[in-house]
Design a protein around this ligand. Structure first.
Ligand SMILES: [Zn+2]
Length: 430
């Protein structure tokens, strides 16, 4: 594994790993994963430990009214907006040690390394821990960054409730994280987020670094197939209006549309998924009369989503008609592709090249806080490989040298951005 030989400003890989393992103890599960659900006692404990480490590193902590945490290191020029970097400390109920935590702890390691090397950057730096990225408790992913970026209303988010009826606002207050700063965008120069890939491409290709160029477009539907309930033993084939069989054939279509893209390789674009299905009346001896299910398509290209939005409803309706059923298809979500900032992407690319890490450009398959910030400030992401592409799983795994490589790239990119010449800053502003 390549050491970062082409720099004498090195992050401390051993300290990074020790800190990652220490935060993984909070909410640590017997199977080696993490259960640190947003706005629970475990989240509070994780935040407290993170805040303590930040204080030890001489960072000044600011918490906003959504509980987003910003740990600031001053720069030489107080008039320059800060360069942000970070991720999230919350996890899925059966999450791994690295989803989110890597980006936050890597950011802490960047700060500690700057302290060790006595480096003062031109622009200030702020390390961010976004509130509730996972969306597992209140059903809304990336809520902290969405409010910060002005994509969601704070009052609306704070009114969301969990299964016990506790609201986001109440849960935030209960863990003591309703901060005094407004949960709103402030002038920020850029944001970098380091994250595990959560997919198999980097590992399969033996690459250390993913240079993330953006996030893919999505379209989601609610589908209802209506047939006719009838007796399983007496209804002959010609008389059947089987809503489940029809739904199954539409699910086959969704999978087929996905597989029409690319050549069958691991990095093929295009995703099509039916992840939830309700069968009525769900009785063993009744032909199903109604089936409700979700459909979602994703692709880096808006054009592909647009074309699919044209053709999929027509093809699905034809399947329903051929099976004597009715189909109602309602689009419920449409998100355009979100490209990241070209200058920030270039800094990540240059850092990987300088350090000699095998890298490739790629599009993020998943949503991230950085996708929200990319709508309002220059943003880029760095991916590290993860074993078998596995995530949202207690077995999620990352090698110490992979964590160190990603962190070294983050360090270089942040430093380059924070020290960039003022003239280019003025150009960007004008
Ligand atoms: Zn994550």
């Amino acid at each position: 594994m390549a050491e970062p030989a082409r720099t004498n400003q090195r992050i401390d890989g051993a300290r990074l790993w020790t800190t990652l393992m220490a935060i993984a103890q909070i909410g640590g599960t017997p199977k080696g994963g993490v259960k640190r659900i947003a706005l629970t006692e475990e989240d509070r404990l994780g935040r407290a430990l993170f805040a303590e480490w930040c204080a030890d590193a001489g960072l000044r902590m600011r918490v906003d009214s959504m509980g987003n945490m910003f740990a600031r290191r001053e720069g030489r020029d107080p008039h320059r907006p800060p360069v942000l970097f970070g991720s999230h400390l919350d996890s899925q109920p059966t999450g791994g040690k690295f989803d989110g935590a890597l980006g936050v702890i890597a950011g802490l390691e960047v700060m500690r390394t700057l302290n060790d090397l006595d480096i003062v950057t031109e622009a200030p730096l702020e390390l961010v821990n976004w509130t509730d990225e996972e969306g597992t408790r209140f059903g809304r992913a990336m809520m902290g960054s969405a409010v910060w970026a002005g994509l969601s209303g704070e009052a609306e988010i704070k009114a969301l409730t969990d299964a016990q009826g506790t609201s986001v606002g109440e849960a935030l207050a209960a863990i003591g994280y309703v901060g005094e700063a407004p949960a709103a965008m402030f002038p920020a120069d850029a944001l970098f987020e380091l994250h595990i890939e959560q997919g198999p491409i980097l590992e399969a290709e033996g690459r250390q670094i993913g240079i993330v160029t953006g996030a893919q477009a999505q379209i989601w539907y609610e589908a209802v197939v209506t047939g006719q309930e009838s007796h399983a033993g007496t209804t002959p084939p010609v008389a059947r209006k089987d809503a489940l069989l029809t739904a199954a054939r539409i699910i086959e279509l969704v999978d087929g549309i996905m597989r029409e893209v690319g050549s069958g390789g691991i990095a093929d674009p295009g995703r099509g998924t039916v992840g939830r299905l309700f069968v009525m009346p769900n009785s063993p001896n009744v032909i199903p009369g109604e089936v409700r299910f979700t459909v979602e398509f994703r692709n880096p290209a808006d054009e592909w989503i647009a074309a699919t939005a044209e053709t999929f409803p027509v093809r699905a309706a034809a399947i329903a008609a051929a099976n004597a059923c009715m189909l109602s298809l309602t689009p419920v979500l449409r998100i355009p592709a979100q490209p990241f900032d070209a200058a920030c992407i270039a800094l990540v690319e240059q850092a990987a090249a300088k350090l000699g890490y095998p890298a490739r450009k790629m599009v993020s398959g998943a949503g991230h806080d950085a996708v929200n910030t990319a709508r309002v400030i220059p943003t880029a992401m760095i991916f590290t490989p993860c074993k078998d592409g596995l995530s949202h799983n207690e077995a999620e795994s990352l090698l110490p040298e992979e964590a160190a490589a990603g962190t070294q790239v983050l360090f270089e990119a942040v430093l380059a951005r924070a020290n960039r010449a003022i003239s280019s800053l003025q150009t960007a502003a004008g």
